[in-house]
Design a protein around this ligand. Structure first.
Ligand SMILES: [Zn+2]
Ligand SMILES: [Zn+2]
Length: 460
């Protein structure tokens, strides 16, 4: 039972697609104030330090499946039906119920008995842990996971329940992740969005993949804003030609790993009282870096190659971790005349178009990168001089502007101060000096990513 070893040292979280959450609340939060319940299916998303139950399908109750009285209860036929579907689909089982009070919910004796019994049935069918969730009448979710460890039944509370869609809403367990104490250092920042919003934003775990001229600036901005948990992923070292654009990197850092240097910079620049920075110096297609990305609540995609984007696109839809992605495209014509310099930013989450349908990467370029051709001088020298795969020109104001736009997208996603929450795809055109928004791109109807929302799993 590999997962019982996993649970001993990993934290637990639950994530729900926003559209599923809307349907759940319609059944569970009743106008008559009565408690109600239903079952759902989930898939495991296994990060390096966090195990997440990704809720992906509601199994709605049918007539006679449940009793609605003081404490709602289900009849055995309902669980049996759910077990059959879960077994067929290879999914875990979750029982969700409501309480007529607001906020994070503890369990009553009845709740503990019911979940304990349900775990035994659910486990014997699925051989997966069992997940219990409770929603307050204000929509605040709490959750826990039941599993066997050392032949005893164990229950572990989740750190958070996340709702991922147009916005990212996170319901934290204050006992396990207490909010940062207010401090003078962030007083001007907190004045922008208020203490409640700051309490939530500052507790998010933010991943940054790629710590070049964009990622290093994103890191500095978030550290100064009061973010306390970072995961940095980059395999590269600092070269002399990075020094014109890398925030927090100096001549003495040449030869050091970017993740080490930016971690030190975050610790120096950060305003939170308790900053933790987890790092990986591996590529995102390697197990360690991929698992660490799955620990995050949001990931900034600051990569300059297609394979990383391809993997992050999968993470946004299958694991419900929103991705904020940006890229700079510069093209020169004859006599090194600047044709254009554009940078584009988009937030990727269920309900918005995916990176592939946005043309943020070409699937054929992903294959080239997998074959090692994008780092092969011979292959690159065969491409035309102004080919986008060869573009190496950049200046710090381009990158810093893109980094700032990415952090504004982050604010739209998590802070309730922006309307609309969805900026669409934004593109800044340096040559003409304007910022455009595009809402007209949608995923193709047969886009694979739409079919895999909440299915977790790995990517090839
Ligand atoms: Zn209850
Ligand atoms: Zn798509």
């Amino acid at each position: 039972m590999e997962y019982s070893k996993i649970f001993d040292r990993k934290s637990f979280s639950t994530v729900i697609p926003e559209s599923v959450n809307d349907d759940l609340k319609k059944v569970l939060i009743r106008e008559d104030g009565q408690e109600d319940l239903l079952f759902a299916l989930w898939a495991p998303s296994i990060g390096e330090n966090r195990y997440t139950a990704v809720i992906n399908e509601i199994i709605f109750p049918e007539d006679g499946d449940r009793n609605i009285h003081g404490n709602a209860s289900y009849n055995y036929q309902y669980l049996l039906r759910v077990c059959k579907i879960a077994l067929k689909k290879g999914m875990g089982i979750a029982l969700l119920h409501s309480h007529p009070y607001p906020g994070w919910q503890n369990m009553s004796f009845d709740d503990i008995n019911t979940e304990n019994k349900t775990f035994i049935n659910a486990f014997s069918t699925t051989e997966l842990p069992f997940v219990g969730l409770t929603v307050g009448n204000d929509g605040y979710w709490s959750s826990r996971v039941w599993y066997y460890h050392k032949e005893e039944i164990q229950m572990k509370w989740s750190n958070s329940v996340r709702i991922s869609g147009d916005r990212l809403q996170v319901y934290f367990n204050d006992n396990l992740i207490p909010p940062d104490k207010p401090s003078k250092k962030t007083i001007r920042t907190v004045n922008v969005w208020g203490e409640e919003t700051h309490k939530n934003i500052s507790r998010l775990r933010i991943g940054i993949v790629g710590l070049g001229s964009v990622g290093s600036v994103v890191a500095e901005m978030l550290a100064r804003m009061g973010i306390s948990s970072f995961t940095l992923i980059d395999y590269d070292t600092i070269k002399e030609h990075n020094l014109d654009r890398l925030a927090g990197a100096f001549k003495t850092d040449i030869g050091s790993l970017k993740v080490d240097v930016i971690r030190e910079h975050i610790l120096k620049a950060g305003t939170s009282n308790k900053i933790t920075v987890d790092i990986s110096d591996k590529k995102l297609n390697e197990e360690e870096a991929y698992r660490k990305a799955l620990d995050c609540d949001i990931v900034f995609s600051c990569v300059d190659k297609p394979w990383g984007r391809y993997i992050l696109n999968h993470i946004a839809f299958s694991h419900l971790i929103p991705i904020i992605d940006g890229g700079i495209l510069i093209e020169f014509g004859d006599k090194r005349k600047l044709n254009f310099a554009d940078w584009t930013v988009h937030t990727i989450s269920p309900g918005k178009p995916c990176l592939q349908c946005l043309n943020a990467f070409n699937i054929s370029d992903v294959e080239l990168e997998k074959d090692g051709l994008l780092e092969d001088p011979e292959y690159l020298s065969g491409l035309p001089d102004n080919h986008y795969l060869k573009s190496r020109e950049n200046i710090s104001p381009f990158s810093y502007n893109l980094a700032s736009l990415e952090v504004l997208h982050f604010m739209a996603l998590v802070a309730n101060v922006v309307d609309p929450s969805n900026y669409g795809e934004q593109k800044f055109r340096f040559k003409h000096g304007f910022l455009s928004r595009n809402f007209d791109i949608n995923c193709d109807s047969n886009c694979d990513y739409l079919l895999n929302i909440g299915m977790a799993g790995s990517v090839n």
